[in-house]
Design a protein around this ligand. Structure first.
Ligand SMILES: [Zn+2]
Length: 436
């Protein structure tokens, strides 16, 4: 198989060359931010670090972190490094918990981002001539428009469907002959289910690759999506604070992780409790510094995503470091009776149980002083009518698997097929009723 690259010079550059580009860009960035972004200059002054102290990539760790609250505290435009005249686009997070975070882009930022997304699409095997069904939400969320501009930059055909109305999505997919699907993984499963109820065989569609992101998903879920939609499922990573989709992308040959677009985003892994950088290869919280962004340069942004960096060469020939599939979020992490539980771990267990569907909710409560965890899981259509005794067997089986894998006792409630609310975007996996 001939491997295609969007920018082969950068994507296959020996690491020493790449690191010298990163250092030059980092020094320029820190100088610029220090001069132009007052809240960050104050943080640097408080930490006793000046731009000229950054002499090597290792000096990065002398710089203070940025967190989501820095964006909120400086709402809406307080961290911008350019005047509003230079901004040609704004995006914002939904702000379900507190104030929204606003991000801005200059004309050059949009060009850079489009090229990054085009590079990511090529990484997943996309090319001119592909019809790309973009089911990421269009609007203030970066997913829809971010992917859209990359598709056009690549020269493929963008189908800007956005989210919602699965029935219409499927007929468009079918009639137009879409070859690539972009969506959240949970929405992809949603589409598979809708196809099933409409009697549409995924094999009758032209879908070849799915590019799924915006929420953590397990390897087992990948198998499920691949089987149900008859395509190769790949993982894309991004977050609006850093840029949007395309920060990292899985290639078709990697079996462990996504290539980070390192000439634009400098990654680190830190211990989420102490903030100390961890040795290469260890699992911890992912931190990003943007190297080329003009409007909203970001230094050491704590993503809250749990991952690890893989420096071993990839068989695709790209030298860009890979990040392992995000296994959870530090702020999604549930502490139940002292045990750390990630929804993705629960998902991993459920995917290994044949009789249930990958639709679930974790309900956490506190009874007296004791945390309780209840799992609501959908039973497959073909098993639901089974005898009570058999359902009891399934329930006990799940309880045992969870106990073995997570070391925690939970109640399992089997619910009717299709009774758990389907998401159009990110799935709500956890309901935490504890008043802490
Ligand atoms: Zn690769």
């Amino acid at each position: 198989m001939k491997i295609a690259y969007w920018n082969d010079e950068i994507e296959t550059m020996p690491r020493a060359g790449l690191e010298s580009i990163q250092l030059i860009r980092l020094q320029k960035l820190v100088t610029r931010v220090y001069a132009l972004v007052k809240p960050y200059r104050q943080k640097m002054d408080a930490a006793g670090v000046r731009p000229e102290d950054i002499r090597s990539l290792a000096d990065l760790q002398r710089l203070p972190f940025m967190v989501k609250n820095d964006l909120r505290d400086n709402y809406p435009f307080g961290l911008f490094a350019v005047s509003l005249d230079e901004i040609i686009r704004l995006h914002a997070s939904s702000g379900t918990t507190g104030k929204a975070t606003v991000v801005g882009y200059t004309e050059k930022d949009i060009v850079t981002w489009s090229n990054i997304v085009a590079r990511a699409l090529v990484c997943a095997g996309a090319h001119k001539g592909d019809l790309i069904h973009n089911a990421y939400g269009y609007g203030l969320f970066t997913g829809g428009l971010g992917a859209h501009y990359g598709i056009e930059r690549l020269g493929a055909t963008a189908i800007p469907v956005s989210g919602g109305n699965s029935k219409r999505q499927i007929s468009i997919m079918k009639d137009f002959g879409a070859t690539i699907l972009l969506s959240t993984p949970s929405y992809a499963l949603n589409l598979a289910e809708a196809m099933d109820s409409l009697g549409v065989d995924p094999k009758s569609l032209s879908l070849r690759v799915g590019i799924f992101g915006a929420e953590p998903w397990s390897e087992n879920m990948r198998e499920e999506v691949e089987r149900k939609l008859n395509l190769k499922a790949t993982d894309i990573y991004g977050l609006s604070e850093v840029m949007g989709p395309g920060v990292a992308m899985e290639c078709l040959l990697s079996d462990k992780g996504m290539h980070i677009m390192e000439d634009h985003f400098l990654p680190e892994i830190i211990d989420p409790d102490t903030g100390e950088p961890l040795p290469p290869g260890e699992t911890g919280e992912l931190v990003f510094t943007t190297l080329t962004k003009e409007a909203l340069p970001i230094i050491r942004y704590r993503t809250r995503d749990i991952s690890r960096l893989i420096y071993e060469p990839c068989s695709c020939g790209r030298t860009l470091v890979r990040m392992e599939k995000v296994s959870g979020r530090t702020d999604d992490m549930l502490i139940i009776r002292g045990v750390n539980v990630f929804p993705s771990q629960v998902e991993h267990v459920l995917m290994s149980v044949d009789e249930v569907e990958p639709h679930y909710q974790i309900v956490v409560d506190r009874v007296g002083n004791l945390d309780t965890m209840q799992l609501h899981v959908e039973v497959g259509e073909q098993f639901f009518s089974d005898k009570i005794k058999q359902l009891q067997g399934i329930r006990q089986h799940i309880q045992k698997e969870i106990k073995d894998y997570l070391g925690i006792t939970c109640k399992v409630k089997l619910v009717e097929p299709k009774s758990i609310q389907r998401s159009e975007g990110k799935a709500q996996r956890v309901i935490d009723n504890r008043k802490l």
